[in-house]
Design a protein around this ligand. Structure first.
Ligand code: NDP
Ligand code: 8X3
Length: 255
């Protein structure tokens, strides 16, 4: 695969695993996230198998996203695959108790950040009539669960935005895929619980969750389809996860 792949949120979890999988196929990698040390460690591991460019970028900051994309060296400008992976959940409180600041951070990252990177990269893809945007949505964008509130809302946005991108790109050879993982053990829950490792571990205890490699395989598979094939959506759950019954609140009668 002689493609140039840009992965956001490459410093851990799915993004880091995608970097390893794409590197194995010989793709050139542009990796970004906020934690420079993590990116450097990853680049150090990958550099023997492929060319790697790292950049510290906070996707919430549109001017730094634009700067980063506009100032890419000439031989890195033609991005073939964008993996819009940077994102997070914060909190699992019911909406009436949830932190508005957490809601804003999720919206700024999962929605606005994804928009900024897409808007910066897409014109080049359209001009070259070639490219693939792979968004990382979530099952939380399709199925509601207690405490999912704003996080699920942001991933519903990713789902519909992905479809609308396809509508805009009709007639162009630019593909769009939304990958919707279920329960997956990464740093996701540590972030969700603001660094409470025990609480995060408890989410996966006595389960066999997805791991980052499971999702990276789906991402790479979608990217490796022949150019006339667009994988619209991939929804992936661990076998131990399924839907429950809809909740019904019972009110005991007074007589
Ligand atoms: P991780 O916490 O392991 O990885 C999240 C990545 O996003 C990190 O590399 C982090 O890097 C990056 N990131 C977060 N905020 C920003 C920002 N403002 N700017 C740039 N990068 C940022 O979690 P996952 O790998 O699990 O999550 C990846 C994606 O998958 C997310 O969009 C998440 O919502 C989604 N997802 C996760 C599921 C799960 O159960 N794990 C299931 C379904 C979807 P840094 O902190 O260095 O900036
Ligand atoms: C992460 C999956 O079910 O924890 O997006 O929200 S879930």
């Amino acid at each position: 695969m002689s493609k140039t792949v840009l992965i956001t949120g490459a410093s851990s979890g799915f993004g880091e695993a995608c970097a390893h999988h794409f590197a194995k196929l010989g793709a050139r990698l542009i990796l970004c996230a906020r934690r420079q040390n993590r990116l450097e460690e990853l680049a150090h591991k990958l550099i023997e198998s492929t060319d790697v460019l790292i950049e510290v970028v906070d996707v919430r900051n549109n001017s730094s996203v634009e700067d980063f994309i506009n100032k890419l060296p000439d031989d890195w400008r033609n991005i073939d695959v964008l993996v819009n992976n940077a994102g997070l959940a914060l909190g699992l409180e019911p909406a009436n108790n949830a932190s508005l600041e957490d809601w804003d951070t999720m919206i700024d990252t999962n929605i606005k950040g994804l928009n900024y990177v897409t808007r910066a990269v897409l014109p080049g893809m359209v001009e070259r009539n070639k490219g693939h945007i792979i968004n990382i949505g979530s099952i939380a964008g399709s199925y509601a669960y207690p405490g999912g509130n704003a996080y699920g809302g942001t991933k519903a946005y990713v789902q519909q935005f992905s479809r609308n991108l396809r509508a805009d790109l009709i007639g162009k050879k630019v593909r769009v895929t939304n990958i919707e993982p279920g329960l997956a053990e990464t740093e996701f829950s540590v972030v969700r619980f603001h660094g409470d490792i025990d609480k995060a571990k408890n989410v996966y205890q006595d389960t066999h969750p997805l791991f980052a490699d499971d999702i990276a395989r789906s991402v790479v598979w979608a990217a490796n389809q022949p150019e006339h094939v667009n994988i619209n959506t991939i929804e992936v759950m661990p076998t131990c996860q399924a839907w429950g019954p809809l909740a019904v609140a019972k009110e005991p009668s007074s007589d």
